[in-house]
Ligand binder design. Structure first.
Ligand code: PMP
Length: 358
């Protein structure tokens, strides 16, 4: 009988709850207003010829590199950050190697690392999801070949100083250090601009969040030209589709659209955090487009009550250290106001069952 590799058979399936997402989607950290109208117009202008051809990634790679102030050889466009993670794991991890992650965090690092037969070393965040630098450094071994850190982190929204990440990269020259900046725009700090980036440091970015293009599946991996050249070997030459390649230059040109949305989200994040304080719900200050909130053991009812009011949010109860927690995406200000009105009603209704401090 045909059998999958042991590493793959042992994987826990990761099935994000994508079904039946009607209403205000505050569950996947997507944009709530969608992409720039200029991007949509560009997509509508595509004809059959554009789809008949195999897509050519390189010219767009050059545009992205120019935009980022990098050399084209330092950039690989990918099918979302997910593919960037997958490629890094396939490039650097042999069976039995170790990949270090800081938990709680984004699920795909562990999945792709384990799929290669690597051992995932989980380092727990400190109090209030503080970055556990000393613990992480103490877990580095001869077999450490990958360290992945989301900055800001998902689902906590916590950020770590670039200096700390550089320190980690310098401490393990034999390991690939991935800094996943999927939420960079909402945070505003990047390690990409640090002078003297170590050769083993990689940065991943996505156009799924601030740019409103999660459905197109496009992101990129940046790093040392020599290392990117090696990673490129195992990427399909057609990993990014023609729609995504056509849309991206236009998306980059309309920076005003992205900046307006990001400003709206940042304002809304502050308004939401103030409201959570007023409602007596514990939350962790966020640098991303979402806020993690502890509602307690009634988290399922809380989520259901919001759903009844047409708002989808994400249960994070099973994440390490996130018992009773729910993640709320921050969309545009109008959508945040809608969320706040629903939160007030739900807290009123479930007050006795929630962890509320008044
Ligand atoms: N990294 C992090 C930290 C994320 O939260 C997400 C999306 N949930 C991703 C990567 C995936 O990004 P993409 O859509 O580009 O694959």
């Amino acid at each position: 009988m045909l059998e999958a590799r042991t590493a793959v058979k042992n994987l826990h399936a990761y099935r994000p709850p994508l079904g039946g997402r009607q209403g205000l989607r505050l569950d996947f950290n997507e944009s709530t207003i969608g992409c720039s109208p200029r991007v949509l117009a560009r997509l509508r202008s595509l004809d059959a010829e554009a789809l008949a051809r195999y897509p050519e990634r390189e010219p767009v790679e050059r545009e992205v590199a120019d935009f980022m102030g990098l050399d084209a050889a330092q950039v690989l466009l990918t099918n979302g950050v997910d593919e960037a993670i997958h490629l890094l794991c396939s490039t650097y991890l042999d069976p039995g190697d170790e990949a270090i992650i800081v938990v709680p965090t984004f699920a795909m690092y562990a999945i792709f690392a384990e799929a290669e037969g690597a051992r995932v070393v989980q380092v727990r965040s400190g109090d209030n999801f503080g970055f556990p630098l000393a613990d992480l450094l103490s877990r580095i071994s001869q077999r450490t070949r990958l360290i992945a850190v989301a900055n800001p982190n998902n689902p906590t929204g916590a950020a770590v100083a670039c200096e700390v990440l550089l320190q980690i990269a310098r401490a393990v020259p034999m390991a690939a250090v991935l800094v996943d900046e999927a939420y960079f725009e909402f945070h505003g700090e990047t390690i990409l601009k640090s002078p003297e980036r170590p050769l083993n440091l990689f940065v991943a970015r996505t156009f799924s969040k601030a740019y409103g293009l999660a459905g197109l599946r496009i992101g990129f991996l940046a790093g040392d030209a020599g290392q990117i050249k090696v990673v490129r070997r195992i990427a399909s030459p057609y990993n990014v589709n023609a729609f995504a390649l056509a849309a991206l230059p236009e998306a980059l040109r309309d920076q005003q659209y992205v900046e307006c949305y990001v400003a709206d989200v940042q304002r809304g994040r502050g308004v939401l955090e103030d409201e959570l304080k007023t409602l007596g719900l514990h939350y962790w200050p966020s640098r991303a487009n979402f806020v993690l909130v502890r509602v307690g053991s009634a988290h399922v009812e809380f989520i259901q009550a919001l759903r009844t009011r047409g708002i989808l949010v994400r249960d994070r109860h099973t994440d390490q250290g996130c018992e009773g927690c729910v993640r709320l995406t921050v969309g545009c200000l109008d959508h945040t106001r809608t969320l706040i009105a629903a939160l007030r009603a739900v807290v009123e209704k479930l007050r006795e069952r929630l962890e509320v401090r008044v």
